[in-house]
Design a protein around this ligand. Structure first.
Ligand code: ZN
Length: 189
């Protein structure tokens, strides 16, 4: 299984980090060994940022078959340093435990989701807010990438990213047309 990730798919998040809104989607990879369950996030040193994302599982014919909530954890100051030097982001994005992944449910294009930190909602997104539909995103990736059935795609984060500190309590929730489907909890250590 390969772990593909899209960036700047939510215009408001691109601009909150001072980045231009891309006209074509941009992708990077995380190693499959960086995937961990919700429960404990062991990299919370005040620099690691949460990025709540909807994650798609790629099914037959490059169609999304399932979806899950994920956290694309990012070492922001390392990323800023690497960006400044035009270097690859691997150290900031592909470290151990950097891909937090929840339970799979059947794909639904009406998915919405939110992230709470210590009971306060900090991020909220929906597939409808993205610059590209999930099918368009997968199709753009498939233009050049050797994607395979069973690969997963982090679809990018909405605005509101921020640092996680030790003892923070994180709750990620998934909704379909405002109906609560599931929540995942994690404790930062
Ligand atoms: Zn991300």
């Amino acid at each position: 299984m390969d772990v593909w990730c899209a960036i700047r798919t939510y215009p408001k998040h691109a601009t909150e980090l001072g980045n231009p809104i891309p006209t074509e989607p941009v992708f990077f990879l995380k190693p499959s060994s960086s995937v961990v369950d919700f429960g404990i996030i062991d990299s919370c040193d005040g620099d690691v940022h949460h990025e709540i994302e909807l994650v798609l599982k790629i099914g037959p014919n490059n169609e999304p078959s399932h979806m899950a909530l994920g956290l694309d954890l990012t070492k922001r100051s390392i990323q800023d340093h690497l960006k400044e030097k035009s270097l690859p982001w691997a150290e900031a994005k592909a470290f151990s435990g950097s891909a937090v992944l929840g339970d799979w449910v059947e794909y639904n294009p009406k998915a919405e989701y939110s992230l709470e930190v210590n009971g306060n909602e900090v991020q909220r997104g929906s597939l409808a807010m993205m610059s590209w539909t999930p099918k368009q995103l997968i199709a753009k990736l498939a233009n050049w990438a050797p994607i395979r059935e069973g690969d997963i795609l982090f679809t990018g984060t909405p605005s509101g990213v921020g640092p996680l500190s030790k003892n923070d309590e994180v709750t990620a929730s998934l909704y379909i047309e405002s109906e609560h489907i599931l929540s995942h909890h994690a404790k930062c250590v």
